[in-house]
Design a binder for this molecule. Sequence first.
Ligand code: PLP
Length: 464
Amino acid sequence: MTIWQPSLAARRGPKFRQIADAIGESVASGQLARGARLPPQRDLAHALGVSLNTVTRAYADATARGFVAGEVGRGTYVRAPGPLPSPTPPASLARPASGPIDFSLNLPACGPAAERLSETLLALSGTEGLAGFLDHQSAGAAPRHAAAGAAWLARLGLEAGAEDIVLTTGAQQGLLVALMATTRPGDVVLTEALTYAPFKAMAHHLGLKLLPLADEAGELTPAVLEAALGRVSAKLLYCLPTLQTPTATTMDAERRAALAGIARKHDLVVIEDDVFGFLPPERPPPLACFAPERTIYVTSVSKSLAPGLRVGYLLAPPARGHALRSAVSLSSWMPPPLMAEIAGRWIEDGTAEALNGFQRQEAAARQALARALIPEQLMQADSHGFHLWLRLPAGWTADLFRLEAQERGVKLVGGGAFAVDPAVSPNAVRLCLSHESSRERVRRGLEIVASLLGSDGPKGAMVL
Ligand SMILES: Cc1ncc(COP(=O)(O)O)c(C=O)c1O
């Protein structure tokens, strides 16, 4: 019996891909009819003079591309035409074009990343050594992935060798392992008075005491830090010097240098959260440049490339490397190697630069919309940032404003969510502009917020 057998003579690339391409072409031309069974893998391998493994990969590739479908024990058949079902994104990552406008999530805009992912996955599927990405990598990050991290940090103004980079499963794990590696229950950790809410939860779970620091303007200043260290014995300072969450402020170089000097004087470890550091085209050097011997610098690709990649890079004094790597192992063994590979390739081939450019452009355009619609005196924002801090006029509380906005179809976060001291309730809300699916929806949401600000105050507020 003659079997279907493609000619591979004029084809290039890996053998398995040549066979899968030939299957696709034969299906398209009708030479392989719908429902036809492909030859048993062993027979085709023999006929083509290739290994069984190559044919197995070719059939898997043809299956993934939708030409054929396999049934265990029955063989591989030409599929009925029609698109493959598309993957369903998790609800929080879906960016609906209708329904409530969501300003509550500080996530990047949906850009060309998905298209790039498709190209990268295709390229990856044709490479050798894929099995390595499925294997355990407890010995530490692949040197190429760490080198990509170092290249990434160089773009952010930090000199580092690949051997100094600790890969994490996002900045979230970066913060957690930094705390695990440097503190014990009962330690005092200094923070900005309003800060990244999950950091508060992490500290709580680890039994740490958070001490919020702020001057009258609500800022972390050298004077406030010095005064606090005169009163308490603290181990660590956590701060966001660039595009702070939630206040959107960026510390100048002078303040960074002064804080670093005080940290040195009091032997304080600093955790610098720089997840938004890629956004401003120019900004002062990271705090880590002023106190490299004591700073654990934390960043990730979540805001600049895609939050679902779950890849973060951490830079710390060499003496802390072991403890940090142990904490990564303890909490997740390793970030998924396939994801580290995708992020690494994007950094190496310029995709990351292009995706960063898209985020910068989108952030600037959306901030411009806010400047046009929201009264300037109420808004604390950076023209390069994803979020803005909205101080509310008299008559509003953050909770009432949030509820009223929600009633009108806009989700945002009340200032209390960021307060380290639960007794403090700032009369302000945070609006994140980048997560929404389009500038048009951002404009509509901002118009609703502006109309609320211009109203006489909360409608449902009844004070006895
Ligand atoms: C200020 C800040 N730090 C850290 C993180 C954690 O980022 P990742 O997604 O990389 O874990 C976030 C994410 O929302 C953030 O906003």
